[in-house]
Design a protein. Structure first.
Length: 150
């Protein structure tokens, strides 16, 4: 697969928060190219979807999101629970509330995700998105310090 050309420095590359917001915007709009432009050019990127296997590299990550977005955008409300930033990397722990259609009715599923970003010459980029099913009856906002998630 030929290496894609990175977009020029844009406002969404200025911080991990900007990249994360653009990631969820791209998912909502179903824009695969915009979504993949947020990932590092490095072929060592990794994505694990809820209940899925580890996907390594540009091609595997792109194919998985292409399948997820085949029917349009995904409605995900993401709330960052914890941020850790350094000069060259950042990690965000996120609760995603995903809108699902089940038997013609709208329901919400909860996903616990970790997004890892690195500072590159082209700006901040995503290198890891790891998501696991969450429990709708116990969203993180309702938990008290000391509760164990896993």
């Amino acid at each position: 697969m030929p290496r894609r050309k990175l977009p020029p420095q844009t406002p969404w590359t200025n911080s991990p928060d900007d990249v994360e917001a653009a990631f969820y915007d791209a998912l909502a709009s179903g824009n695969l190219d915009a979504l993949m432009a947020l990932w590092s050019e490095d072929d060592e990127i990794c994505c694990i979807h809820p209940g899925g296997q580890r996907l390594d590299g540009q091609q595997a990550v792109r194919e998985s999101f292409s399948q997820l977005l085949a029917n349009g955008g995904l409605q995900i409300n993401a709330e960052v629970q914890h941020r850790w930033h350094s000069m060259t990397s950042a990690t965000h722990s996120v609760v995603e509330r995903v809108q699902l259609e089940v038997d013609g009715q709208t329901q919400w599923g909860f996903v616990l995700a970790t997004n890892l970003f690195v500072q590159t010459a082209a700006g901040w980029r995503l290198v890891l998105h790891h998501a696991s099913p969450g429990a709708p009856q116990a969203p993180l906002a309702a938990m008290v310090p000391g509760d164990v998630l896993h």
